[in-house]
Design a protein around this ligand. Structure first.
Ligand code: PGA
Length: 248
């Protein structure tokens, strides 16, 4: 079965209800003809307003994190049930900024991923190496560890989206080359094949993320193992629609 391309935006800690609504209103007509799945992962507080703003369009609203517990004393966290109340279908999990600044571990990624799956929220699980890890030839080891530990006990890997985001390419304007991204994502698919079976691995949607923009999206999306993008900076403007329409 062919993998359906999936372009997701990650607004990070940007936008307000007002600017977000205005951007979604601009994007709506521009993404009408798109053939891929589209999501915008917005700050939690904006979810209700953005769900309303995106209604009737191809844009689905996602979260930037989700907690594993159903409810309880977890100040600052958000549960699957709370997301589902607004029809949220996606949650980014284990973004490198969460790992780097907020102590997110592979174990936490795993718990969040399992909870999302149990609640029919598609986890967008982020993996990626830092610059020094790449330079030291550790990329494959780091990715293997993140995948093995982050995806432990996942029953149906085809329900998970993986985002390969080399940390050195995030927000730096330094995109991985088409070949680098393809080669690494091919490795990720091979690793998933070892963990979950080749047939299943071949059905997993794997995105590239890290300074993907209106200019470089075509080349990246043309790679055989790259099925989509996780877009930071360029998702804060109408360039996002150009990326969504990469095949035009
Ligand atoms: P960027 O961010 O596109 O701004 O590099 C990507 C991401 O962190 O998901």
């Amino acid at each position: 079965m062919a993998r359906k391309p999936f372009i997701a935006g990650n607004w990070k800690m940007n936008m307000t209800a007002e600017s977000g609504k205005a951007l979604i209103a601009e994007l709506k007509p521009l993404v009408k003809e798109a053939k891929c799945n589209i999501a915008l992962c917005v700050p939690a507080i904006l979810i209700p307003a953005m769900v309303k703003a995106a209604k009737g369009s191809k844009i689905k609203i996602g979260a930037q994190n989700v907690h594993w517990a159903a409810s309880g004393a977890y100040t600052g966290e958000i549960s699957c049930e709370q997301l589902k109340e607004y029809g949220v279908k996606y949650a980014i999990i284990g973004h490198s900024e969460r790992r780097q600044y907020f102590g997110e571990t592979d174990e936490g990624v795993n718990k969040r991923t399992l909870a999302a799956l149990e609640n029919d929220i598609t986890p967008i699980v982020c993996v990626g190496e830092t610059l020094s890890e790449r330079e030291n030839g550790e990329t494959e080891n780091v990715l293997s560890r993140q995948l093995e530990n982050g995806l432990k006990s996942v029953e149906d890997i085809t329900k998970v989206v993986i985002a390969y985001e080399p940390v050195w390419a995030i927000g730096t304007g330094k995109t991985a080359t088409d070949e680098q991204a393809q080669e690494t994502i091919k490795f990720i698919r091979k690793k998933l094949g070892k963990l979950f079976g080749v047939k299943n691995a071949n059905r997993v949607v794997i995105q590239y993320g890290g300074s993907m923009n209106a200019k470089n999206c075509k080349g990246l999306m043309a790679q055989p193992d790259i099925d989509g993008g996780l877009i930071g900076g360029a998702s804060l403007k109408t360039d996002f629609a150009i990326i969504v329409n990469y095949n035009k």
